[in-house]
Design a protein. Sequence first.
Length: 260
Amino acid sequence: MIHATAAVDAKAKVGSDVHIGAYAVVGPEVTLADGVRVGAHVVIDGRTTIGPATEILPFAMVGAPPGHLKDRGEGTELVIGARCSLREHVSVHRGSKVGTGRTVIGDETTLFAHAHVGHDGRLGRGVLLTNGAMLGGHVEIGDFAILGGAAVVHQFVRIGTMAMIEGHCGVGMDVPPYCLAAGHRVRLVGLNEIGLERRGVSAEAVLSLRAAYRTVFRSGIRRAQALEKARAAGGSVKEVAHFLDFIAGGKRGIARHGRG
């Protein structure tokens, strides 16, 4: 069902049971899988692929060129997974030539009103960006992470699996998996234990994560020694191993524990 006022390029690939609302614009390199819903006044541009049963609400801008002064993203792409929800006034940029060339949003991810995903971003499955959350270029976010309203993430920052970021938080350093982060300038304040419980992580694994968190962030010993000690104590637990591997692989630095 395509509204009479929508402008859908003849070269665009449109699956079955796709709805395109009034005054929407769909460019020639766009692919819309089965069951996609495109609201009124939405613009979908560039080499953009939208997965099955994804909805895009009015006035969203999807597949825009990267926000880069010298790179307009010629030949780059945006891939959005299945069953995602992009709410009103969301903006998502495709990749850049100076980056990976690809922005990827995983299945079942939700971007609330006015959220923004910059070029070359990689969002895992089930990520939630609440109203006004903004990601710079090259940001990586793990599965089921949550960003509060108006949280702002610096380019190249990583946010781990099931991490939860407070609203209005400025995130300039990596946030490890399973952690809560808060403050005007990001600080770690413990584990996201409610999120872990909801995702079915065992109580035993949570206890091991608590011990690893205390060793790494609250023991006062050097980071390399703390990682080694935590791995020796709980590295056989997959969640602990993932937590420690993420920290060891940091390049921008890891957010510190404690309220600033």
